[in-house]
Each structure stands twice: as structure tokens, then as C-alpha cells.
Design a protein around this ligand. Structure first.
Ligand code: ADP
Ligand code: MG
Length: 513
């Protein structure tokens, strides 16, 4: 009698669990310790369109894991075999080959401390994914709408100023003093428009970084001067710069843009005046990596811009880097400033952080890596460079700036070229005189110490009239350029160096007589 009761209780319990398994809204599959299907429920059949009879005894991976996700699936299995519970949103494959978004939770089955198998619960989340995507689209459209509105408003103001003053110019032809005022207003408005367009362009293609050796102190000084001239007198600007700050490799214009955006924001945060302070300092890489685990350079330059303005609450602070996020009134802010800042800093492999207190002020700090020897060029450019063919020829590289010389040398060697390097014009001519038989091409800066690039060109031609030479300069005076062309320069590159352009020109000159 007692035994019958116990059996009934057991049967009852088994029936409970059986029905729980069968009716669960989540697809459940039970596997042995080799991924072989022991059992699956109706929801599982419904998600994947296989009947349990088709699946039983088979390796589940062969059936529902798309090829592209085999590695991931292996990792999940390994984790469960290590007795972890794993949770993952991913994609799996139905019987008809179509993909399904699923959330997977997998548990190890352990009996008397032995792992005997795994059970996995699958929830179809295709609907949710679709909704998420719609939401993202909608948010993007909303942002674009805000942006377009802001820009249209700004441009309208700018055009109104230009138009207004242009018509005054017509009327004031005989009053030179007031005429000048209008011309000045037109100039300023045009500059504002140009600035706005520049921000938009930087934002639109934030991946293009030019590489040159940049002295951050110089840029900070320029900005300080600019602010002293243009900011209201109620704002005091001060700066404290580290002496002998090493150069960084980057894009001076873009870093200028970063500082300008930060400073303009600081100004806007101090409508009743205040103090702005800029600092530069050299910091150890370990200090930076404590806050930013991805930081891998040995040293960084830290630039800070602080103000005694309105400050921000946490909600604002958490959103400031979002494109188009602004708390400023319509037409005043585009919300692009800090998004641009973020993109630029990231492209320079740098980091940015912010401290702020409502009513007390805000400090932005950004960190840019100091490149030591052997560093690889900025990442985004790599993809471009990969497609440009290299070569095995020997190139004589003449560049007086050490950082740039090392950078170019590294890039050329990586492309297979052999490189001889000279630091000034005299050394270049000497090297060429002794080794011109094996040198296939010369890449030379024009502004060189001791002997300028133009003179180098003439002397190399005297040694070997067939010499192939590419000249680099920040600015080519048209007259001088045509003189150099006549003297036999094969190509010119504009500094700051764009690596992909140089590689292309080198190949072109080498391959064409
Ligand atoms: P915008 O200046 O066009 O609003 P930004 O991206 O430059 O766009 O800045 C986004 C927002 O971040 C600002 O609207 C403001 O709320 C906040 N913010 C940025 N810098 C400061 C600062 N120095 N002090 C207070 N708030 C700031
Ligand atoms: Mg701004």
C-alpha cells in the first residue's frame, strides 16, 4: 500500500515535469555530453521546423548552427562543459535555411557531480530585433531632422546678414567708414558659414586623418590668442603648458578643431563671465590605462580645458558625446561639437573624459599618445594602405623631422621597400653619391636644413640624370614648383603626408618612366 503511494507520487511528479517541458513557451533541447540530441520540446520544433524524430540522435550543431557561427557555438559548449550557465543573443538556422534571432540559455546537467549533458533554452527574438531596429532608425531620423533644422536656421541667419549688409554696401558707396563695417560683417558671416560646413564635413568623414608631427603647445597658444581676441572680456583665459612637450603624430587641423569646440562650449557655459584654463602635461601610460584599459602607449600628452561655468548634471553629462545632442536653444547649438571631438580623439587613438559639477564648472581632459619608434600608422589608414601595392626597391628618404622620418620609414619597410634615410640635404647628396646604383627613388622634403630640396634635386641630377625624385612640401610656390618640374622632379606631395597618397605616388613614379 505504502509502496503504491510512493510510486504514484513519483509518477505524478514525472508527469508534472514532462508537461512543463512539453508546454514551455521556450524551445528546450536536451543534449548528451557530445551535443547529441536526446529530446526536444514542441516550442523547439516550432522555432526550427524540425520534428523531434528528425533531430533525435543527431549532433545539434550540424542542424541548427549556421556555418558562420560554428566557432561561437563551440565556445558556448566549452563554457557549459566547464559548468557555466551561458546566455547569448545570436542567430541560428531553421530547416529551410532561413536565419532566426534567438536568445539562448544553456545549462550543464550534473548528476552526482558528473557532467552528463546540457540543456538549452531557445527564445525566438526576431520580433524584438525588428522593433529595436525600427527604433534606431526612428531615432536617427529624429536626429537628422533636428540637425537639418539647426543648420537651416543657422544658415538662414548667416545669409540674412550677408544679404542685409550687401544691400547696405550698395547704399553706402559714398561713406567709406560705414562701408567697411558692412564688408567686415559680411566677412564674419561668411567665416561662420565656412566653420559650420567644416564641422559637418569633419563629422561626415571623420576617418580621414592626416599625419604630421604636431606640437600641441603651439596649437594651444594659437587657441588662447584667438579666444583673447574674440571672446567677451568678462572671460579670463589662462594657460599652463608643459615645457619640452614631445610632439605627437596627428592632424593639426583636427586637433585645432577639438580645442576650439571645447573652448566654445566653455564660453557658452559662462554667459556671465568666468575663468577658462588650458593645460598641457606629459603623463605616464600606466596612469591613462588605469582609466582606459585600451591605452597601450608608454606616454600620453594630457590636454585639459576647464571652465568655471554652469556645469552639467549627470543626465546631460551622459549624453554630451551623442551626435546632435544639445541643451542650447534652437539655432545656437547643433550638438555636433563634442561628437566631432570624440571622433577625432578616437581616430588619434586617444581618450577623453569629463568632470563637471552643476554651478561650479566643467573640465574636459583628453589624452593623445606619444609615438615612439616603430609605431604603426593610424589604424583607419591601414585599410586604405593595404590595397596599395608595395615593392622591393630601395628608397632614399630625406626628412629632417625625426618622428616623420621614422613614421614614413616604418610604413615603407612594412610595404617591402628597403629604406635609406637622410636627415638633411647634405647627407642626402652624400648617401646618393655613394649608393645611387641601388637607389630606385628619392622621396625628399623641400624644407631641409643645410641644403634645401630644390638644391638637392639639382645635385642628384648631376650625379645621375635618370634619378627619380618625389618632393614633399606644405606649400609649393607656383614658380618654384615649375622650376623644379623643369629640373626633373617626377612628382610632388603635399604635406602633411597622407600615407596612402605617398604609397601610390611612389609606385606610380617607379612604374612609369
Ligand atoms: P552644442 O555646443 O552645439 O550644444 P556640443 O556637442 O558641443 O553641442 O555640446 C553638447 C552639450 O554638452 C551642450 O549643449 C551642453 O549642454 C553640454 N556641454 C558641453 N560643454 C560644456 C561645458 N563646458 N559646460 C557645460 N555644459 C557643456
Ligand atoms: Mg559646442
Amino acid at each position: 500500500m505504502v509502496r503504491i503511494k510512493a510510486r504514484e507520487a513519483l509518477d505524478l511528479q514525472r508527469a508534472y515535469f514532462q508537461q512543463l517541458f512539453e508546454n514551455s513557451p521556450a524551445g528546450i533541447v536536451m543534449l548528451d555530453d557530445h551535443d547529441i540530441v536526446l529530446n526536444a520540446n514542441i516550442a523547439f520544433e516550432n522555432i526550427f521546423q524540425y520534428s523531434i524524430d528528425e533531430l533525435r540522435g543527431r549532433n545539434v550543431k550540424d542542424w541548427i548552427v549556421p556555418e558562420s557561427h560554428l566557432e561561437e557555438s563551440r565556445e558556448l559548449t566549452t563554457a557549459t562543459y566547464r559548468r557555466q550557465v551561458v546566455q547569448k543573443e545570436t542567430v541560428r538556422k531553421r530547416k529551410d535555411g532561413s536565419l532566426v534571432n534567438v536568445s539562448i540559455t544553456a545549462y550543464p546537467i550534473i548528476i552526482e557531480d558528473n557532467l552528463v549533458g546540457v540543456y538549452g533554452m531557445y527564445v525566438d527574438i526576431t520580433g524584438r530585433k525588428k522593433l529595436e531596429e525600427h527604433l534606431r532608425e526612428a531615432q536617427k531620423m529624429e536626429s537628422l531632422g533636428t540637425l537639418a533644422g539647426g543648420i537651416a536656421h543657422d544658415f538662414n541667419n548667416i545669409l540674412a546678414i550677408i544679404l542685409g549688409h550687401a544691400s547696405m554696401v550698395e547704399k553706402k558707396q559714398r561713406e567709406p567708414g560705414r562701408l567697411m563695417q558692412s564688408v567686415e560683417a559680411i566677412n564674419k558671416a561668411t567665416q561662420r558659414g565656412t566653420g559650420l560646413v567644416k564641422q559637418l564635413l569633419t563629422f561626415a568623414r571623420k576617418s580621414e586623418v592626416l599625419l604630421e608631427s604636431v606640437q600641441l603647445n603651439e596649437i594651444v597658444n594659437e587657441i588662447v590668442k584667438l579666444m583673447a581676441e574674440t571672446f567677451p572680456k568678462t572671460i579670463t583665459v589662462s594657460a599652463q603648458l608643459e615645457k619640452n612637450l614631445p610632439s605627437i603624430i596627428g592632424d593639426a587641423n583636427q586637433i585645432h578643431q577639438v580645442l576650439l569646440n571645447l573652448c566654445v562650449n566653455a564660453r557658452d557655459a559662462m554667459p556671465r563671465g568666468g575663468t577658462m584654463h588650458l593645460t598641457t602635461e606629459l603623463v605616464d601610460g600606466t596612469l591613462v590605462s588605469a582609466n582606459f584599459p585600451k591605452a597601450s602607449a608608454m606616454e600620453y600628452v594630457r590636454v585639459s580645458v576647464s571652465d568655471t561655468g554652469l556645469g552639467m548634471d549627470n543626465t546631460t553629462r551622459s549624453r554630451i558625446f551623442e551626435p546632435f545632442f544639445t541643451t542650447k536653444e534652437r539655432g545656437k547649438g547643433t550638438g555636433l561639437g563634442l561628437a566631432v571631438v570624440y571622433g577625432i580623439i578616437e581616430n588619434h587613438r586617444g581618450f577623453i573624459e569629463v568632470e563637471s559639477k552643476v554651478g561650479e564648472g566643467t573640465a574636459f581632459h583628453f589624452y593623445l599618445p606619444i609615438q615612439h619608434r616603430g609605431f604603426e600608422s593610424v589604424e583607419r589608414e591601414d585599410t586604405l594602405q593595404k590595397e596599395i601595392p608595395g615593392g622591393t626597391e630601395t628608397i632614399l628618404l630625406v626628412e629632417d623631422e625625426e618622428l616623420l622620418r621614422d613614421l614614413l620609414k616604418g610604413v615603407l619597410i612594412e610595404k617591402g621597400y628597403k629604406v635609406l634615410a637622410a636627415v638633411d640635404g647634405v647627407e642626402a647628396v652624400d648617401l646618393y653619391a655613394s649608393s645611387h646604383k641601388k637607389i630606385s627613388l628619392v622621396l625628399s622634403d623641400v624644407g631641409l636644413p643645410k641644403l634645401g630640396g630644390q638644391e638637392v634635386l639639382l645635385q642628384l641630377k648631376a650625379i645621375d640624370p635618370e634619378v627619380k625624385i618625389i618632393l614633399a612640401s606644405g606649400y609649393f610656390e607656383p614658380n618654384i614648383k615649375s622650376q623644379m618640374q623643369e629640373a626633373g622632379a617626377n612628382a610632388f606631395v603635399q604635406k602633411p603626408y597622407i600615407i596612402s597618397e605617398i604609397l601610390q605616388k611612389i609606385r606610380y613614379v617607379l612604374d612609369n618612366d
